[in-house]
Design a protein around this ligand. Structure first.
Ligand SMILES: *Cc1c(COP(=O)(O)O)cnc(C)c1O
Length: 425
């Protein structure tokens, strides 16, 4: 493995004999992050302050309940952290109520289902293969097992098919309609979703896990004011610690959500994570974050456009967000091969199904790429165009006689980029 910086950079306390392997793995992971072009659209690099809060003594504290109404003593200081997190996220989204305790996006979604629906109810969400998330009704998840899940998708141009959503809503009368996705690059029309929900008396539940950072910067439509309830992760474009949040302007729903998170779905909240959320939300309130989000969007659009110039089919015809799904089948390779080969060349991304994919999820015809993480490292439009060139170079030469040489050349270039834009340096 190429080494850029020394070990134990974060000043970990470790028992050399007992935990050498664990801390060795952490150090190797740090170096992997430093030396790879990270394009996984759901990832980002949290600040050192966020990491410090995460590694803090608040992990020791039990605080079942909510600020000022806990089931344990000694909660004075964790209450401060949780109140700040709530106040800041409400300010960011301009909403009235927030629950910052969900351990993850999936836990946030489960809590909303638990608050608003009963097993056997019908839910309507975007299909996984069309860009939706597992938790929006996919068969192997609770959302698919406990509910009668119906899926909508995109049209032949890769654009969300609102007419289909309306048709399916009329036909199935769902209790909940989910708006939100994990691999849909275009804007979502939350007002239109609300009209459809109202026409059948359904709750509109928006999951903005991917878009949250862009939304709080005013660069992507906000579901607040349209959706009855909104969930998000905190670690994707929002650039905080791994976790979830639930937002609403409806006091009755807010109460149901609080009871659903605790004691419904979770036990004690992770107070170190909540403190780290408070730190991250504070960062997102600063003007620098707006600039960051603008750069994320510009870089993403530039990368997608360059991939298109190389003749690659970008699903939905382009992007309005930090991510794009790219069809690689035109190069006669699968998404799986692309993922593996790009990683060897120093570019990390994930294989991704494309709408109407003919290949199984273990192979896929596409990859998903995002700009959130590398924009945090300071890369700009020129570097993202360069990355698009490198991606095309690797994938278009796969299987040719000069391939190994090309891959080595690209690896040298990706390492060079990483050195120019250091991470945690
Ligand atoms: C990432 C994601 C989630 C799940 O978040 P986890 O923290 O991994 O549980 C939920 N919904 C959407 C739309 C996502 O993209």
């Amino acid at each position: 493995m190429d080494t850029i910086i020394s070990t134990n950079f974060f000043g970990y306390f470790s028992n050399k004999t007992l935990n050498d392997e664990v801390f060795g793995a952490i150090t190797d992971e740090l170096q992997r992050q430093q030396n790879q072009i990270e394009l996984i659209a759901s990832e980002n690099f949290a600040s050192r302050e966020v990491l410090s809060a995460l590694g803090s003594v608040m992990t020791n504290k039990y605080a079942e309940g909510y600020p000022d109404r806990r089931y344990y003593g000694g909660c004075k200081f964790v209450d401060i952290a949780e109140k700040i997190a709530i106040e800041r996220i409400c300010k960011l989204f301009d909403c009235k109520f927030a629950n910052v305790q969900p351990h993850s996006g999936a836990q946030a979604n489960l809590s909303v289902f638990y608050a608003l629906a009963q097993p056997g109810d019908t839910i309507l969400g975007m299909g996984l293969a069309m860009g939706g998330h597992l938790t929006h009704g996919s068969p192997p998840t609770i959302s698919g097992k406990w509910f009668r899940a119906v899926n909508y998708g995109v049209d032949e141009n890769g654009i969300l098919d609102y007419d289909q959503v309306q048709r399916l809503a009329d036909e199935h009368r769902p209790k909940i309609i989910l708006a939100g996705a994990s691999s849909y690059s275009r804007r979502i029309d939350f007002a239109r979703f609300r009209k459809i929900a109202d026409s059948v008396g359904a709750y509109l539940f928006a999951d903005v896990a991917h878009y949250a950072g862009l939304i709080v910067a005013g660069l992507y439509p906000s579901p607040i004011g349209h959706a009855h309830v909104v969930t998000s992760t905190t670690h994707k474009t929002l650039r905080g610690p791994r976790g979830g949040i639930i937002l609403t302007n409806d006091e009755v729903i807010a109460k149901k959500v609080d009871s659903a998170v605790f004691p419904g779905v979770q036990g004690g909240p992770q107070m170190h994570t909540i403190a780290a959320k408070a730190v991250a939300f504070g960062e997102a309130l600063r003007p620098e974050f707006k600039k960051y989000a603008r750069d994320v969007l510009e870089n993403s659009i530039a990368m997608a456009a360059r991939l298109q110039e190389h003749g690659l089919n970008v699903i939905s015809g382009g992007t309005d967000s930090h991510m794009s799904v790219v069809d690689v089948s035109g190069l006669s390779i699968t998404g799986k091969i692309a993922e593996v080969e790009l990683e060897e060349a120093g570019v990390t991304c994930n294989k991704n199904a494309i709408p109407f994919d003919k290949l199984p999820p273990s192979q896929t015809s596409g990859i998903r790429v995002g700009s959130a993480a590398m924009t945090t490292r300071g890369l700009g439009v020129n570097e993202f165009k360069k990355i698009a060139d490198l991606i095309h170079k690797v994938l278009s030469k796969y299987g040719k006689s000069e391939y190994e040489t090309v891959k080595r050349e690209v690896r040298a270039e990706t390492l060079d980029l990483c050195k120019k834009f250091p991470l945690y340096a």
